[in-house]
Structure formats: structure tokens, C-alpha cells
Design a protein around this ligand. Structure first.
Ligand code: FAD
Length: 156
């Protein structure tokens, strides 16, 4: 349960456009690709920057509100089902590739980057990013890392 005071604080951070506690909005984020799992969040919040994420986490920590991060919701283990309520933290806005360091072979990205976009960005530099979950057209790098996702190219 999020009090009206805490709700106001959260809206001040992300704006009302990125805070959804409507029944329809909560229902949409009450399940993922996992069959037969569903639980309602109290709100769905879509931050636009790491600074906003940091402020949200501080408020939720103070008020003991559970946070469930969510990329594209394609996981098959109910990882984004908010079984104890709280907020679903949606990374749809944070989808920028910040830096490709060709010398050190590292890439710095925001967590909501779609896997295939990252693969294409690496290929444009003549590089190869092997992890290739079959969901790569929709899955995010944040979800991939958390689920240790890959496919046959990674295996090879
Ligand atoms: C058709 C289909 C094909 C698939 N093929 C494969 C495959 O070949 N290989 C494979 O490994 N998996 C596969 N999967 C499973 C799934 O796609 C992967 O687990 C994928 O990595 C999930 O990415 P996502 O962005 O959808 O993450 P989500 O489902 O949104 O989240 C997955 C987990 O990561 C956490 N999370 C998400 N973002 C963050 C973040 N920014 N910070 C911290 N935690 C975060 C969530 O809380 C959740 O626990 C497939 C799924 C489908 C539906």
C-alpha cells in the first residue's frame, strides 16, 4: 500500500505521466511471460534516468516498499511478478547505448536497451556480441543479465 504522501513524492520525481496506479495499468504489469502467475503491484513507475532510480529506491527503502525491476517481461520464472505488492520499476525509457569502448571491448548501456539493438551497435563497429536469447528482438539487457540469458551463439 502506497500512502498518498509517498505517492506525491514519487510523482514529483518521475511526473504523473510515468506513475500509474490505475486498475488497468496495474493489471497489465501483474504478470509476465510465465504461465499461471499473477500478482498486482501497487503502482508502475517508469524512471527516465539513474538519478530518478536512485531517488525512488531511497523512498521505497525508507517506507519498506518492495521494488520489482522489469525490462520486457519475457522471463519464464515469474521474475517480474510483484508477489508482495509494491512497485514495478519499468525501464522502458532508459534504452540508450552510452559508450562502446573498442579498445577495452566493453559497452556501457542503460538497462532498458533491447538486446538486438545492442547486437547491431556492436556489429556496426565490426564486433560480435554472442548472447542471443530467442527473445532478443524484445528482451532488454537488464533482463538478460539478471537471467544470465543466452542462446546457441553464446554456447558456441
Ligand atoms: C519466446 C521466448 C524465447 C526465449 N528465449 C530464450 C533463450 O533463448 N535464452 C534464454 O536464456 N532465455 C530465453 N527466454 C527468456 C527471457 O526472454 C530471458 O530471460 C530474457 O533475458 C528476459 O529479458 P526481459 O527484458 O524480458 O526481462 P524481464 O522478464 O523483464 O526480467 C527478468 C528478470 O530480470 C529482472 N530485471 C529486469 N531488468 C532489471 C534491471 N534493470 N535491474 C535489475 N533486475 C532487472 C527482473 O526483475 C526479473 O527478475 C525466452 C522467452 C520467451 C518468451
Amino acid at each position: 500500500m502506497i500512502s498518498s504522501q509517498v505517492k506525491s513524492q514519487l510523482i514529483e520525481i518521475v511526473s504523473s505521466a510515468n506513475y500509474d496506479d490505475s486498475n488497468a495499468g496495474r493489471l497489465v504489469y501483474s504478470y509476465d511471460a510465465t504461465p499461471q502467475f499473477q500478482s498486482m503491484p501497487d503502482a508502475v513507475i517508469a524512471p527516465r534516468s539513474k538519478e530518478e532510480v536512485s531517488q525512488i529506491v531511497k523512498i521505497c527503502n525508507t517506507h519498506r516498499i518492495p521494488i520489482v525491476p522489469r525490462g520486457s517481461g519475457t522471463n519464464l520464472c515469474a521474475g517480474t511478478c510483484p508477489t508482495e505488492g509494491g512497485i514495478v520499476l519499468l525501464f522502458k525509457h532508459m534504452n540508450r547505448i552510452l559508450e562502446i569502448d573498442e579498445e577495452n571491448l566493453t559497452i556501457t548501456v542503460q538497462p532498458g536497451v533491447i538486446t538486438l539493438d545492442l547486437i547491431h551497435a556492436a556489429e556496426e563497429k565490426g564486433l560480435f556480441y554472442p548472447p542471443d536469447p530467442s527473445s532478443m528482438k524484445i528482451s532488454t539487457i537488464g533482463g538478460n543479465i539478471n537471467e544470465n540469458s543466452g542462446g546457441l551463439r553464446g554456447l558456441k
